[in-house]
Structures are given as C-alpha cells and as structure tokens.
Ligand binder design. Structure first.
Ligand code: OAD
Length: 244
C-alpha cells in the first residue's frame, strides 16, 4: 500500500533524486548480490574476490571470463516496469537525477537519457595504459572476442570499465550524484541493501539536506531506519502506482 499523502508529496516534488541497486533489475531476471539465499559465488570465488582490483593484477583473464559471463546473461534481459517508470519520470519532473549502482545498462535501455553509473558499465572496456574506453555492445554472443581487448589508440590491454572492490568511484559521476542528492526534496532508495559506500551515503546526504526519503524494497535494509518511510514490495509493482 502507498499512502495517498506520499503520492501527493511525490507528485508535487520539484527535485527528485533516485538511488537504485540490484533489486531494481531483479524483476528483469538479474540476480542480486545479497539476500535471497546467500551471496553470489562464481567458480568457487565470492563475487567480492573475483570483482576486486587485485584480481585485475593477478588474473585479468579470469576477470574477463566473469564479466563476459555476466554480459552474456544480461544480453537476453529486458528492462522491467521499474526501469520504464523511472525513465518516464525523467521527462515528468522538473529536475530528476538517477544514480545507479548497477552496471547492467537497463536504465538506459528503458530510455533514461542521463544515468549516473556509479559503478561503471559492463558494456564498456577501458585501457589499462591510456584510460580510453570502447564499447563492447557490438560483440556478438557466440563468437570468441579477443581477451583482453586491445586498445585501438595505444595497443594496451583493456579491462572491464566497472568499479571493482578496492577502487574509487569515478569522481565526476559521484560529485554529480552528491549534488543532486543535496538539492532534492524527495529521494528514492530503490532495490539496494545500502551496505556499499560511498553509494549508500547518497541517501544520507539527501536526508541531512532535508529531503523526504522513500525506500522501496521487499525487505528491511541498512538504510531503512534513516528513511522517512519504507514501501515494502517489488520496485516494478510499486513505482508505476505513483502515476506521475
Ligand atoms: P544487493 O544485492 O546488496 O541488494 C539488493 C536489494 O534489492 C536487497 O535489499 C533486496 O531486498 C532488494 N530487492 C530484491 N528484489 C527487489 C525488487 N523486485 N524490488 C526492489 N528491491 C528488491 O545489491 P546492491 O545494494 O545494489 O558493487 O549492491 C551494491 C553493490 O554491491 C553492487 O553495485 C556491487 C555489489 O558489490 C560492485 O560490484 C562494486
């Protein structure tokens, strides 16, 4: 159930900020990292080991194998009602900013034009030597692409353009997200367990700056106590009900 007063508050908001996590893609078939029967493990390695900065140095081939596997899964998946509703909100609100921890590209696939990808994107590679990036979108499933990819500019080895454990978030992206969190009157926290920082800290920034913080999640999270209200349920069912 969503309270009528909450719907009204959201409808009349001028500046809206949304922070999303893996749960927003769950209804598309993307597995979450936590909850629902234990943490993700791949070839015996917990995801925070295979997705770590040290693994890039130790075994870049294994890192590519893991992200190629995930990209293969994602290639078949479509945005759900949560993604499409949030893409519509970008058009409807005066000022709407969405920052996601997801690397799956599903917000953009739903039509959201300006997505702040705090943890990068699985659809790009980045050169370890010169930092240039290139899209992996054109790689076809089935064919075996070159691994690691070679940079077209300097010939260096490339890595997935994602933020791994032990790495900093892209400073300009985090800065824009923090600014939006600071100026919003309503902040949505959708489908995140709220345990990974600095992303989770964006909800704290919004709250400290006086925003009304609404969480959408079937479970309680590390951010629930900070939120003004938690709407229990699936993002793809709850978000369209606001009928902005
Ligand atoms: P988690 O897997 O930690 O949390 C997913 C959250 O989504 C949980 O709180 C679930 O209860 C909730 N959830 C599940 N289904 C949902 C649905 N249909 N609608 C709404 N919520 C739902 O994912 P994140 O919080 O995104 O970082 O994880 C944060 C970061 O941890 C990830 O970006 C990744 C990971 O390590 C990196 O890889 C750097």
């Amino acid at each position: 159930m969503i309270r009528e007063s909450t719907v009204e508050r959201v409808r009349s908001a001028k500046n809206v900020f949304a922070l999303t996590g893996a749960g927003v893609s769950a209804e598309s078939g993307v597995p979450t990292f936590r909850g629902g029967g234990g943490a993700t493990v791949w070839k015996g390695m917990p995801f925070d080991v295979i997705s770590s900065a040290q693994m890039v140095e130790r075994d870049l081939a294994a890192v590519w194998e893991w992200f190629d596997y995930r990209r293969g899964v994602l290639r078949e998946l479509k945005p759900n009602a949560a993604h499409t509703t949030l893409a519509e909100w970008e058009e409807k609100f005066n000022d709407f900013t969405l920052a996601t921890q997801n690397i799956d590209g599903l917000h953009a696939a739903a039509g959201l034009k300006d997505v702040l990808e705090l943890h990068g994107t699985i659809w790009q590679a980045r050169c370890l030597a010169c930092d240039r990036s290139k899209s992996l979108r054109d790689e076809r499933g089935g064919e075996q692409p070159q691994r690691p990819p070679v940079c077209g500019t300097c010939g260096g080895e490339m890595r997935p353009d994602v933020v791994l454990f032990g790495e900093m978030l892209p400073a300009n992206v985090l800065e824009r997200a923090a600014e939006a969190a600071e100026r919003c009157d309503v902040c949505f926290v959708i489908g995140t367990s709220g345990v990974v920082y600095p992303a989770a800290g964006l909800a704290e920034i919004a709250k400290r700056a006086g925003a009304y913080v609404i969480e959408i999640n079937p479970e309680r999270t590390a951010l629930s106590d900070l939120c003004d209200e938690t709407i229990k349920g699936q993002a793809g069912e709850i978000l369209p009900r606001f009928q902005i």
